[in-house]
Design a protein around this ligand. Structure first.
Ligand SMILES: Nc1nc2c(ncn2[C@@H]2O[C@H](COP(=O)(O)OP(=O)(O)OP(=O)(O)O)[C@@H](O)[C@H]2O)c(=O)[nH]1
Length: 510
């Protein structure tokens, strides 16, 4: 699975591709330049310096092919490029491999002198026109690397092996150690062959996106930074030390053993310095990571503490809110109840009566039931108040309410709608309103004769009946009942039933 790349990694990969293209172009130019040197007889193009080994025509041709192949490899999506790369790689493998076969089996496969102009400029060597065995091996490895480009490990192995051999050859030139760039007595690797091989194989290595090596080199991790810095510095430092010691030796300041001892000492010193620098760098990274972890742990602990504190504060706030809500609910219930209840008697008040009576009458009509509406007025309350005070009047009102509640069903609506005025809506009434009024009167009499009576009460009652068919509005029924009550009161006055005499009976009731 491919991991998404960081922006910096993408930038470095682009730089690597640019490097690979530059390397490919240089390798192509070297190949073409050497071919021109052979064709036009320009010795400097063939050998770089007079007396140095010349790059063979075969080698130069293969560099041209390798350069084109590497260039194509940098364009991954191109089908044609991929085909050219693979064909070129096969050609290079063939030339390198057959040359090695020639050396190994001491045969001439007629591939050394392919171009007619080559022979006349060839130096007197064992096999004119044949590339060095080291070159042939490097070409074989480079060809395989190019052919397998894009796979996971093999191209890196082939390119690294070729790179190692060509670096040895270059070091041999730099330090004048011919054994490093020649194999046996046959022929030696030209300096520009070594450089071209180094360029080609480093170019091939840095475009291997799948390799851990490229991932390491492009990453922003400590490992990536250390790898980049060491790879950029160590070869230059070691080669510089070697070059300086060699120059001193050539100038006769010291002999070969002395420079070897210095080379070993300075290399060790350089490596120790690099190791210490790298170790210090890693140490710093470890320390800062440790500090960051400690800070993180402290932050986590503080965060957890805050979470605990906040949770407990939240729970307390929740509890307070809950109890406030309950209190508020209770107050609202009380307000609702009080707004619908008569405070003195506990009966429904006027508002509640109209709400309930309306509902009750509609349901009675639906159920085909008769209703009866009673209008009841307390007799002589004003006088009672005047003579015995309002407390006595209140007691009479309460007594009247109790009598009315006892006289009717629980399902009927008994309400106090004014000072001494009561209404009762009785549903599903089977008997006549006179019978019901008489029942009220009986209970009034019972009360007046009982021990509970402080002040006797007398009630004037008016009632209307309403059958389910009539569908009379409540207001109309109330007016009818009120009128009947008034008539009843007048009648009671005429019959001297009116309770002006209640006062005289108070004493007997106590
Ligand atoms: N004690 C007391 N008196 C009340 C209350 N509400 C009204 N009253 C008084 O009751 C009296 C009612 O007077 P009226 O309407 O003339 O009634 P009444 O004296 O019974 O006369 P009739 O209705 O003709 O029998 C008034 O004086 C009111 O002030 C109450 O809650 N308590």
């Amino acid at each position: 699975m491919r991991v998404a790349l960081e922006v910096s990694q993408v930038k470095r990969l682009r730089q690597f591709i640019t490097y690979a293209r530059l390397a490919a172009s240089t390798v192509m130019v070297v190949g073409i330049g050497v071919l021109a040197g052979w064709l036009l007889d320009v010795p400097v193009l063939r050998t770089v310096l007079p007396g140095w080994t010349a790059m063979m025509v075969n080698t130069a041709s293969m560099f041209t092919v390798l350069g084109v192949g590497l260039w194509c490899a940098t364009f991954r999506t191109s089908q044609a490029g991929s085909l050219i790369r693979r064909l070129g790689a096969v050609l290079v493998i063939l030339v390198g491999g057959l040359t090695l076969v020639e050396y190994a089996l001491s045969v001439d496969l007629a591939i050394d002198l392919l171009l007619p102009f080559e022979l006349q400029h060839s130096q007197p060597v064992t096999f004119p026109g044949r590339m060095a065995p080291a070159t042939a091996l490097c070409l074989l490895l480079s060809g395989f690397g190019l052919l397998l480009e894009g796979r996971s490990l093999l191209p890196q192995f082939f390119a690294s092996s070729a790179l190692f051999i060509s670096l040895m050859a270059l070091a041999g030139y730099l330090f004048s150690v011919s054994v490093l760039y020649s194999v046996g007595l046959y022929s030696s690797m030209a300096i520009h062959t070594a450089i071209a091989l180094i360029l080609f194989n480093t170019g091939l290595l840095v475009i291997q996106e799948r390799s851990g090596f490229v991932e390491l080199l492009t990453s922003d991790t400590a490992g990536g930074k250390v790898a980049r810095s060491l790879l950029a510095s160590i070869p230059v430092v070691i080669l510089s030390i070697g070059g300086a010691l060699l120059a001193g030796e050539k100038l006769g300041y010291y002999d070969n053993r002395f420079s070897l001892a210095w080379m070993a000492t300075l290399s060790i010193a350089t490596l120790v310095a690099v190791i210490l620098r790298t170790a210090r760098h890693l140490h710093q990274i470890d320390k800062s990571r440790g500090n960051a972890q400690a800070e993180l742990a402290a932050l986590n602990a503080a965060l957890e503490l805050r979470v605990v504190e906040r949770t407990s504060a939240l729970e307390t706030a929740n509890r307070t809110l809950m109890s406030e809500m309950l209190q508020r609910q209770k107050v609202e219930d009380d307000v609702r109840r009080l707004s619908l209840t008569d405070e003195l008697t506990g009966l429904h008040n006027r508002r509640s009566f109209f709400l309930l009576a309306d509902q009750l009458m509609r349901s009675a009509r639906r159920n085909d039931q008769s209703c009866a509406l009673f209008f009841i007025d307390l007799d002589g309350l004003k006088k009672l108040n005047d003579v015995h005070g309002h407390e006595a009047g209140d007691l009479a009102i309460i007594a009247a309410a109790q009598v009315l509640k006892a006289a009717f069903r629980v399902s009927d609506v008994v309400a106090r709608i004014g000072g001494d005025e009561f209404v009762v809506l009785a549903v599903d009434v089977k008997e006549s309103v006179d019978i019901l009024s008489a029942r009220v009167q009986t209970l009034v009499d019972e009360f007046n004769d009982s021990d509970r009576c402080r002040y006797p009460v007398a009630l004037s009652i008016g009632a209307v009946r309403c059958s389910p068919k009539e569908l009379k509005p409540l207001g109309e029924l109330l007016a009818g009942a009120d009128a009947a009550m008034y008539a009843n009161k007048q009648l009671r006055r005429k019959q001297a039933l009116y309770c002006e005499g209640c006062l005289t009976r108070v004493e007997t009731c106590v």
